[in-house]
Design a protein around this ligand. Structure first.
Ligand SMILES: Cc1cc2nc3c(=O)[nH]c(=O)nc-3n(C[C@H](O)[C@H](O)[C@H](O)COP(=O)(O)OP(=O)(O)OC[C@H]3O[C@@H](n4cnc5c(N)ncnc54)[C@H](O)[C@@H]3O)c2cc1C
Length: 640
């Protein structure tokens, strides 16, 4: 265990116990509250998957490819830190062993305190046995900072949920169970303390979707994945192939899923441009890519396992498309709810129905993407914007719309000059590439510019008059032409480690209005230059009630990443106003900068919003709705 502690694979119990021993009031139900600024600093580092030499007594840092290990390392990109011992290692090992001994001595005391609070150490299992208590660790008064540092909040408690029991052991079967129990206990803690609670995924949202000042839950250690369901776990009416059904706990990252699926000859049907989100975090805000015939990430989710009020858990799936059998729910020990409205409300609900423990989704057989990048003038791509008719672009496969179609626009370029970069990918049958699919990290065909949100931070502070030139230089540098490079989805949508100070808002408009919406963006940018660009993508309409990609038959998404500044935020305001002036209906990505106006959300979602509110009211009591709400929900008029 000391070795695990040293590498950070386990939280540091000695510190938790030490602090707790000073003040037994900080210990409840066998859970130690870690106090102090140093704990908060460490916590921040861990959240971003970063590790520092000082904080962990590491002597030398070097990097190697990830081959296994802990979810927290994955967000740092494709590499993880490996440790090599240096001169002070022996002394530090002795100290760690002493701390571990102290923890062993203290553990009975902590149990005693928990017991005194009336918490049973073991729970009755439905089938007669007992369930041990899960390991729960939290740190108090933590400053939470999101990936792009535009959201910063003091949080009363940041919990870690683990697939470990309170004695730190891991079950050999039902490996997801401690994590499920931990989420349930955390909800009970929040309710007992009258606090709100919210799950945190990869912390990639630029909105406050994941944030509450009360209790937040780091779900990333919950990364159990099972590929393929046994026939007895599938409803007889299910028409699909059970071998393609994937059960994943909420904290599994898109990167981890890509790696696991590729080894099995499978792939995600679509994802965002890069892979640092957790699976549940991604679909909870409606994350999408540019696979225009597929839809967004929530559109291939088949069922959800959610921990709601009182810590009770439910399996939710659509009544019109049942997937799992009663036996599956018995194994999970959960209650089955088949309900189309509830399912479609829960899919994109940004943590507002409870803590989602796991999801079941449909993977597809692995395929290849043939990738091209070509520069055009705006005048040349313009006819395709509201029609998806690409016949004027002279693409390799002729008139056919590529599987992935995306236009990145320099808003300041002359319309008849190069300033529209079309990135398109054809779906091709899978055949072995020079590098095997398991080595996804070594053969990534993604370019840094693929994640427009990440590269835009490079512009930084530039005087408004110079912005058109800065954007032009950036795009010319980043969007080098590419012609037919092949890769798997994991290779095409790889990792980003770029983290500038960036803001972004993303519009969703019906296909027919796409050209008018782009014109609105260009008009504002030229009138009021800001350090940003526009990335236009298309997806099939989503059935999720609050999906910002719900516009039929296709939603055109226009992402507007910009270097973080007050000027960019003002530009967004002007763009929203201009869209309203032009009567362009639009929605906004829940994971990006949002309007502070409940009337906007009512206009944008209409009866879908009523259905979402009704589903939430049917699922949660008023107290439950308060527990699972936050400031964003209140500002959007969705909390009650
Ligand atoms: C570099 C970068 C690139 C991006 N690229 C794209 C893109 O290509 N396409 C796109 O659409 N978006 C993109 N985004 C936006 C991003 O995909 C979304 O904001 C996404 O929701 C972030 O996922 P996350 O795992 O980081 O979740 P978080 O940001 O941590 O959380 C998102 C929401 O999910 C909820 N949540 C998380 N886990 C759970 C759970 N277990 N139970 C209940 N609720 C939960 C949170 O409470 C929160 O409301 C990008 C963002 C960044 C920073």
């Amino acid at each position: 265990m000391a070795a695990l502690l040293a590498t950070g694979l386990l939280p540091r119990p000695a510190r938790a116990a030490g602090d707790a021993a000073c003040d037994p009031a900080q210990v409840r139900d066998g859970v130690a509250d870690v106090l102090g600024p140093r704990a908060a600093r460490n916590c921040r580092r861990k959240l971003h998957g970063q590790r520092s030499e000082r904080g962990h007594g590491i002597d030398e840092l070097r990097f190697r490819d990830v081959d296994a290990g802990h979810a927290r390392h994955h967000v740092a990109g494709q590499r993880r830190v490996a440790l090599r011992e240096g001169p002070g290692a022996e002394r530090r090992k002795r100290r760690r062993r002493a701390l571990a001994r102290r923890w062993t001595e203290l553990r009975p005391t902590l149990r005693g305190v928990g017991g005194a609070c009336g918490a049973p150490d073991r729970r009755e299992r439905a089938e007669g046995g007992t369930v041990p208590e899960p390991l729960i660790v939290f740190e108090s008064n933590v400053r939470f900072v999101n990936w792009h540092r535009n959201v910063q909040v003091e949080v009363a408690r940041l919990y870690d949920a683990w697939n470990r029991w309170s004695d730190r052991s891991r079950p050999t079967t039902r490996r997801w169970e401690p994590g499920l129990r931990a989420l349930s206990r955390i909800v009970q803690h929040a309710e007992a303390d009258g606090k709100r609670v919210r799950a945190l995924g990869g912390a990639w949202s630029l909105s406050e979707a994941a944030v509450t000042r009360d209790y937040m839950v780091n779900t990333k250690p919950l990364n159990y994945v099972d590929v393929g369901l046994k026939p007895e776990n599938v409803d007889p009416a299910y028409a699909g192939n059970p071998e393609y059904l994937v059960f994943t706990q909420c904290g599994t990252s898109v990167l981890e899923l890509n790696r696991i699926l590729e080894r099995r000859g499978l792939a995600l049907p679509t994802s965002g441009a890069s892979n640092g989100q957790t699976f549940c975090g991604a679909f909870s805000t409606g994350t999408h890519g540019a696979a225009n015939m597929v839809g967004s990430m929530q559109d291939y989710v088949a069922g959800l396992h959610v921990v709601g009020e009182g810590g009770r858990d439910y399996w939710v799936e659509p009544a019109s498309r049942p997937v799992v059998s009663r036996k599956f729910c018995e194994t999970l020990g959960t209650e089955l709810r088949r309900d189309d409205r509830l399912f479609n409300a829960l899919l994109v609900s940004f943590g507002s129905f409870g803590l989602i423990h796991a999801a079941l989704f449909m993977a597809v057989p692995i395929y290849l993407l043939e990738r091209h990048v070509r520069p055009y003038s705006y005048d040349r791509v313009r006819p395709s914007l509201s029609t998806l008719d690409v016949s004027g672009l002279d693409l390799p496969d002729g008139r056919g719309l590529p599987f992935h179609y995306e236009v990145v626009l320099n808003p300041y370029a002359r319309r008849d000059r190069q300033g529209a970069y079309v990135r398109f990918m054809y779906q091709r049958p899978y055949s072995a590439l020079p590098a095997a699919p398991t080595t996804t990290d070594t053969r990534v065909i993604m370019r840094p510019s693929d994640d427009v949100l990440s590269v835009i931070g490079a512009i930084g502070d530039v005087a408004p008059a110079l912005l058109p030139y800065a954007v032009e230089e950036l795009l010319e540098r980043e969007f080098e032409p590419q012609d037919g490079e092949l890769g798997t989805p994991a290779q095409a949508f790889g990792s980003t480690t770029l983290r500038g100070s960036v803001v972004s808002t993303e519009l969703g408009v019906p296909l027919l209005h796409a050209e008018n919406a782009v014109e609105a963006v260009l008009a504002v940018a030229n009138d009021f230059p800001f350090a940003g660009l526009a990335a236009v993508r298309y997806v099939r309409a989503s059935a999720a009630l609050l999906a910002f990609t719900h516009h039929e038959p296709f939603t055109c998404t226009i992402e507007l990443p910009a270097a973080g500044s007050q000027r960019a935020l003002e530009a967004y305001d002007r763009i929203w106003n201009e869209l309203e002036r032009r009567n362009v209906p639009y929605t906004l990505h829940w994971g990006q900068i949002l309007k502070n106006d409940p009337a906007h959300f009512r206009r944008a979602y209409g009866t879908r919003l009523d259905a979402w509110l009704a589903a939430r009211r049917a699922f949660l009591t008023p107290a439950g709705r308060r527990t699972f709400s936050n400031d964003l929900l209140e500002r959007a008029g969705l909390a009650s």
